[in-house]
Every structure is written in C-alpha cells, then in structure tokens.
Design a protein around this ligand. Structure first.
Ligand SMILES: [Cu+2]
Length: 202
C-alpha cells in the first residue's frame, strides 16, 4: 500500500515536471518568435498555428493589402533606457520577418513595432557580394539609403512617415523582381544594433 502511494506521488510529480518543462518551452518559443526570423520559424515549427499566429495577430488596423503579405517585427530589448537615452549603447535590436523567401511580384510589407521606441522599415536591394548587416555606417550612425525601393515609416499608415511608434504598424506595397533584398531600420544607431535581415525573391 505504502509503495503504491509513493509511486502515485512519483508519477504525479513527474507529470507536473513535464508540464512545467513544456510550458516554459512554449513560452520561450513564443517569446523568441518576436525577435528574429530564425527563431520565429523555429517557433512556428514547434507551435504550429499558435506560433504563426503571433505575427499576423499583430496586424490590427492594417487594411487588406495586395500581393504577398510579409510581416516584419521590429523589436528592441532593454526598454526605454537603451533606445531613448543611448541608442548606441550596445543594446540588441532586431528586425524579424515571417518568411525568408517569396515569389516575385507584388508584395506588401507590414512592419509592426513590438519595442518601446520608434522604428521603421526600409527595403534595399542586396548586391551579389553583399550580405545583410554589413553596410558601412556613416558618421550620422545611419547607412546610405541609396537605391531604396521603399519604406514603411509611419504609424497606422502606408509609406514614409516620422517613425512607427511602439504598438503601431506601418506598411508599404512594392513590386519586387527576383533577387536578394535587405530589410533594415535606419533610425540612427539601429542598423548597427542589429536591425537588418535578408529576404530572397525568386
Ligand atoms: Cu529601429
């Protein structure tokens, strides 16, 4: 009898441990999903519909947009202290995308700011020998936007503006030819802090 009771407790304790472990894995996956394309893809793989819903669920207030819709997440960790007072302070900022490849043609980028400071999205072509994140940064802490194909930098609106505020989305519709592109945030210091990623159009 005593052995049976102990075994019962052991099984119950194991079940709780497994539940806690699973819960923390799911939470970590969901959290990671906001911060990068690799993490988002991994989270989707593990979480299925719940994972992929993370980014699309952020698009409230965004109208139906033409073409392939690409969701971009703009995030900064470290809160207002990092971005507000010292954007060059080595904090981590990320620009994540919900897909690494897309078909050529019409594409609508929806950029949502999950961070605590303003961000933006600029779409630049990437040369054959170029890789995302390696453009030279000027004295103004920004990269050159020469050749820019468009940007979403307004809150709750299409096209250019004065920044996407925290909790808001901006969007832009473009026609992209096959090739490689770099998606960046070019507010001062943000590219250098990690806000760039690559997108392949085929
Ligand atoms: Cu930014």
């Amino acid at each position: 009898m005593a052995t049976t009771v102990r075994r019962g407790w052991l099984i119950a304790a194991l079940a709780v441990a497994v539940a806690v472990l699973l819960g923390s894995m799911l939470a970590a996956s969901a959290w990671a999903g906001a911060f990068g394309q690799g993490a988002a893809a991994a989270a989707r793989t593990r979480l299925g519909a719940a994972g992929s819903g993370f980014l699309s669920g952020s698009s409230q207030g965004v109208p139906d947009l033409p073409g392939t819709v690409v969701n971009v997440s703009l995030t900064s960790m470290g809160g207002a202290m990092m971005g507000g007072r010292n954007p060059m302070g080595g904090g981590v900022m990320r620009l994540g995308v919900d897909r690494a490849t897309m078909p050529a043609g019409s594409v609508s980028f929806v950029a949502t700011n999950f961070g605590s400071i303003d961000h933006e999205l600029v779409i630049l072509p990437l040369g054959d020998n170029q890789r995302a994140g390696l453009r030279p940064i000027g004295a103004d802490s920004k990269i050159s936007e020469e050749g820019s194909l468009g940007e979403a930098s307004g809150s709750g609106r299409a096209g250019a503006g004065d920044g996407i505020r925290p909790g808001s989305s901006g969007w832009v519709t473009l026609t992209l030819a096959p090739g490689r592109y770099e998606l960046v945030c070019n507010l001062p210091g943000h590219y250098g802090a990690g806000m760039s990623t690559e997108l392949t159009v085929s």
